[in-house]
Design a protein around this ligand. Structure first.
Ligand code: NAD
Length: 502
């Protein structure tokens, strides 16, 4: 395992200029303003370098942002904007993101740690694509006319009924740190398409691309108050979740925080969309094409250093290929080059923080103490507190914490199975239900298994395939509601029935 930590600096003029103004502010009603809480620091997790100081929103700024979003929601400029103009605005935001893709990717890499390749060719274009996809929907938010069978209309009268779809109102969008820009785009694009206004709360460890996106959206012509951005810690999210002026919370993050939001949102019975944690199973049958499965399964867990909600952290391998899969995954783990994400030779960056690396290490140490075998990795890499070696474990028991809880690091446990039924039972033995994958050449078996796994997404011979047109949601304790696709708009629309006696 090699750790490359060569000195690196952003190359784009845009990223350098953004970081040259290090005291970041809040976006409220189209203006960048100071927060009333104590400023806090944002660091590069690979080098520890200070990147920026961020404003902590206090109660006054939470109120101001919600008020601004309410005024914008009710104001003529946003309400009166035609669907076509709203669609064109979303398209312009997509183009602006694309025009700034190098710069945004550099900022994301510096702030979050992920490799530049992942940011530049994966997540930043995917964020732009969210806006492009929903741009087309703004003109297609249709209602229906309904033939009714109501028998009691007055003689000579007719009942004419139809539905219309209307924006839910002021949305609080609270996002996590693993894919910051993409998570923000997955909330903003459908919410704006529907005609809602938004208060966005990025994660405290990774707020920078959200702030830069705020600048770019204003450049693209977004009216003041339509999107407001509040940086700060969990208390800011909690205040939004409890706020009487917020109509809806759309949240992506841990199941524990999701539960708190459910309680906080009860006051005015806010609508909720919750995209929560996972413990995704991967089933590799004996007839799988290992030349595809090995790199695919490895990517499914090690990509973004395992900080992915759908990370395939529990692998069930059919007995005849079990040894080959364990050896192959260990080889893949050892092959990956760790280092600063801006270094083009690097495959994996650090974890987002030393705190996260400690969490990951604690799961592995606890497992090792209880008899789990570490086949690859199992420790920090180099001297930096944030790098963790891609880790392959065997011999884990189903009741162990590392098999039941989300680790959110590059750690996979491989377990053999004899029969398909046993693999399905093991895959479903979890309180989560976010995603899964099945690897096999047998199409019938693949679809039978896909039908038996209790999760919102099942991939066949792949893992972690996402796109705005593919609905994505969690079953069981992985969440409420669906994001992406046409269904994703339901999160931001109310349905109204109009019934007229003509
Ligand atoms: P987290 O729950 O700790 O924090 C997420 C966001 O919530 C942050 O902005 C945080 O400041 C805010 N927050 C914290 N406490 C809050 C409270 N009481 N009320 C309101 N907001 C609060 O999650 P994280 O550690 O940033 O992210 C990792 C988690 O996100 C993992 O569990 C991962 O599975 C999940 N995730 C899920 C998906 C999905 O689509 N299902 C996608 C990405 C990440």
């Amino acid at each position: 395992m090699t750790l490359h930590l060569r000195p690196t600096a952003p190359k784009t003029e845009g990223a350098r200029a953004f970081l040259a103004a290090p005291d970041k502010r809040l976006l409220i009603d189209g203006a960048w303003v100071e927060g009333s809480g104590d400023r806090f620091e944002s660091h590069d997790p690979a080098s520890g370098a200070l990147l920026a100081t961020l404003a902590e929103a206090g109660a006054a700024e939470v109120d101001a942002a919600v008020d601004a979003a309410r005024r914008a929601f009710e104001g003529d400029l946003w309400r009166g904007m035609t669907p076509s103009a709203r669609g064109r605005l979303l398209w312009r935001i997509a183009e602006t993101i694309e025009a700034h893709a190098d710069e945004l990717a550099e900022i994301e890499t510096l702030d979050q740690g992920k490799s530049f390749r992942t940011a530049r060719f994966g997540e930043i274009p995917a964020a732009a694509e969210q806006f492009r996809y929903y741009a087309g929907f703004a003109t297609k938010l249709l209602g229906t006319t309904i033939p009714t069978s109501i028998g009691y209309q007055p003689p000579g009268k007719k009942v004419f009924a139809y539905t219309s779809r209307e924006p839910v109102g002021v949305v609080a969008a609270i996002v996590p740190w693993n894919s910051p820009m993409l998570m923000a785009a997955m909330k903003l694009a459908p919410a704006l398409c529907a005609g809602c206004t938004v208060v966005l709360k990025p994660a405290e460890d990774t707020s920078l691309t959200a702030l830069r996106l705020g600048e770019l959206m204003i450049e693209a012509g977004l009216p003041a108050g339509v999107v407001n951005i509040l940086t700060g810690h969990g208390a800011v999210g909690a205040a939004l979740a409890a706020h009487g002026g917020v109509d809806k919370v759309t949240f992506t993050g841990s199941t524990a925080t999701g539960r708190r939001i459910v309680v906080a949102a009860a006051g005015n019975l806010k609508k909720l969309t919750l995209e929560l944690g996972g413990k995704s199973p991967v089933i590799v049958r004996a007839d799988a094409d290992l030349s595809l499965a090995l790199p695919g399964v490895a990517r499914g867990i090690f990509h973004n250093a395992g900080q992915v909600c759908v990370a395939g952290s529990r692998v069930y391998a059919a007995r005849p290929i079990y040894e080959a899969l364990v050896d192959g995954l260990a080889r893949e783990a050892a092959r990956l080059r760790l280092g600063h994400g801006l270094d083009p030779e690097v495959d994996l960056g650090p974890l987002v923080s030393a705190r996260q690396a400690e969490r990951v290490d604690a799961y592995v140490a606890e497992g090792a103490g209880a008899g789990v075998e570490i086949v690859a990795g199992g420790k920090r890499a180099g001297d930096a507190a944030t790098f963790y070696e891609p880790t392959v474990l065997t011999g884990a028991r189903p009741d162990m914490r590392l098999m039941r809880e989300e680790i959110f690091g590059p750690v996979v446990a491989v377990t053999p199975f004899e029969e398909d039924e046993a693999a399905i039972a093991a895959a479903n033995d979890t309180r989560y239900g976010l995603a899964a994958s099945v690897w096999t050449r047998d199409l019938s078996a693949a679809h039978r298994m896909a039908g038996s796994i209790r999760a919102g997404t099942v991939w066949i011979n792949g893992h972690s395939y996402f796109s705005p047109e593919l609905p994505k949601g969690g079953w069981k304790e992985s969440g409420w509601g669906i994001e992406n696709g046409a269904n994703g708009l339901d999160n931001y629309l109310e349905s109204k029935t109009v019934c007229a006696i003509l």
